[in-house]
Design a protein around this ligand. Structure first.
Ligand SMILES: Cc1cc2nc3c(=O)[nH]c(=O)nc-3n(C[C@H](O)[C@H](O)[C@H](O)COP(=O)(O)OP(=O)(O)OC[C@H]3O[C@@H](n4cnc5c(N)ncnc54)[C@H](O)[C@@H]3O)c2cc1C
Length: 475
């Protein structure tokens, strides 16, 4: 019998398995795909031979759990940080460059936004109540804000329609992957408070393929502790009646285990549960987690098109793409090559009826609005990834559905970006969920360990405002 079986070899499962291996536990990881990494994976693109990710991903400087995981695996130096410029937004008629000015949090980005075309003083002043709410935001506000949409919330605070259309519709799509009229105000405000509350918060990108940051390194740690990683064989169902006592693979193999960690997305977890459990809380809500799909596009040009490293279009009802990345300014050893661009079509339903060729044509045209040389360059190759789920949609009521790591089923612990982590569904949230699951497993074995890192207090003015909320010391 293995000590612990972890189902799912994405970030959450591997972070959990590595943490348990570090406590001397022999873990069996079972991953359905031939490739580890799940929604943060990469592979070699067959025509060009380049390693591409499932889609481009962003890290930021407050990803403490993810960065601790990479440090443990010796790969934390493989993030390309962008400390000065945060993001170039392709506003018209001129771009808006978001950069930090030497002002206390949460004001450091304000001067960049004050220069944005199309907005006036009336719009900026309408933002003040939201800014104040963001500075005082903490998890105790989640249940109340989770009941209303971001759009209703900002309207109730008096934000002008111009500012809603310019900033909040864009922010909602790029940070929560859901339109503003559907997003939980709690999910959106949590990210807003994080992004504005920390001095000099900056973004980073993987210098290598995403999976190259952690998958093979994690396997080595797991195997050194006496565990194993089974790839290409999915779990059909969890075994046991009163207590989960193992997993049964699709080919009928039974792997008995003292404890099982599910690090599966909600829909996959649901499929592995005994029928009568599916009706019971917290599993009864699993079918209500709705995927936010992406289409990710990779473009290989014949020349340097002088693109920004990281730029994004604003929200518009007709456009497909939001964020564009010049991988030659990110990937180790790619500098000087003809441009390779990656882009994200977020909440991509509007692209699903289009052929790959049409998606590529429109993506090049949208890129050319930001980097005009793209229109004159020859496209050598393109690759379109249709991703069924980037994250579960944080729509109204989402936060209330997120289950805790400790499940009501003895022997079963839950992990995954969508579980209750006090974080958005991100690589950081997935890693933290893996650590929380490992803490839970260890606690059941009588070992107390603090593995998950909580968000720290906001900086500067944001920190003072938050600390003034009675009895609150952390967000
Ligand atoms: C295109 C895209 C862009 C993104 N951008 C960002 C970003 O910029 N920043 C950020 O932080 N996050 C981003 N994310 C989200 C981030 O990738 C996820 O939050 C994170 O990877 C989720 O990890 P996880 O381990 O919880 O789940 P998953 O990665 O989904 O892992 C679950 C694993 O379980 C396996 N599995 C499923 N069923 C079974 C079964 N029956 N038996 C065995 N195994 C099974 C799956 O194959 C998978 O490997 C993005 C995601 C995508 C797809």
């Amino acid at each position: 019998m293995t000590q612990v079986t972890v189902v799912g070899g994405g970030l959450a499962g591997l972070a959990c398995a590595v943490a348990l291996a570090d406590h001397g536990i022999a873990v069996t990881v079972v991953e359905r795909s031939d490739r580890l990494g799940g929604r943060a994976s990469c592979w070699r693109e067959p025509v060009t031979g380049d390693v591409v990710d499932i889609g481009p991903h962003i890290f930021h400087s407050e990803y403490h759990n993810m960065l601790a995981f990479l440090k443990r695996l010796g790969t934390d130096d493989l993030i390309c940080w962008q400390p000065g410029k945060v993001l170039t937004v392709a506003s018209k008629p001129r771009p808006t460059v978001l950069r930090h000015y030497p002002l206390p949090a949460p004001l450091s980005l304000a001067p960049s936004i004050l220069g944005a075309p199309g907005l006036g003083m009336h719009d900026y002043l309408s933002m003040l109540p939201t800014g104040w709410r963001g500075m005082r935001f903490g998890e105790e506000q989640v249940p109340e804000l989770d009941r209303i949409s971001g759009l209703d919330f900002f309207r109730s605070l008096g934000v002008t329609e111009d500012l809603i259309d310019w900033w909040w519709r864009f922010a909602s799509m790029v940070v929560t992957n859901v339109p503003l009229e559907r997003v939980s105000a709690a999910s959106l405000m949590r990210i807003h408070a994080q992004l504005s509350g920390y001095r000099g918060l900056h973004f980073g990108f993987a210098k290598v393929g995403l999976g190259e940051l952690y998958t093979q390194q994690a396997v080595r740690v797991i195997e050194r502790a006496g565990g194993r990683v089974i790839k290409g064989r999915g779990v059909a169902y969890l075994s046991g009646r009163e207590r989960v006592d193992g997993v049964v693979l699709a080919d009928g193999t039974h792997i008995p285990a003292q404890q099982v960690v599910s690090a599966l997305p909600p829909q996959d977890l649901s499929a592995t549960l005994p029928r009568d459990w599916r009706q019971q809380a917290p599993f009864d809500v699993l079918p209500r987690f709705e995927p936010s799909p992406y289409v990710c596009v990779y473009l290989w040009f014949d020349r340097d098109i002088k693109a920004e490293r990281f730029a994004s279009h604003l929200w518009s009802p007709g456009r497909l793409n939001y964020d564009f990345y010049d991988l030659c300014q990110i990937r180790k050893g790619w500098r000087g090559r003809p441009t390779v661009i990656a882009s994200n079509i977020i909440y991509s339903h509007r692209a699903h009826h289009l052929s790959d060729a049409e998606i590529v044509r429109r993506t090049v045209a949208e890129l050319a609005e930001i980097a005009p040389r793209a229109a004159r360059a020859r496209l050598l190759h393109a690759d379109v990834h249709r991703v069924p789920m980037a994250i579960p949609c944080p729509t109204v009521g989402f936060e209330a559905m997120r289950p805790r790591a400790r499940s009501p089923m003895p022997g079963l612990t839950l992990a995954g970006d969508w579980t209750r982590t006090r974080m958005p569904c991100t690589m950081e949230g997935a890693t933290k969920s893996g650590y929380i699951a490992a803490e839970t497993v260890l606690a059941e074995r009588g070992v107390r360990a603090r593995l998950a890192i909580e968000a720290r207090m906001y900086d500067d003015l944001a920190g003072l405002a938050r600390a003034a909320v009675p009895g609150r010391s952390i967000p």
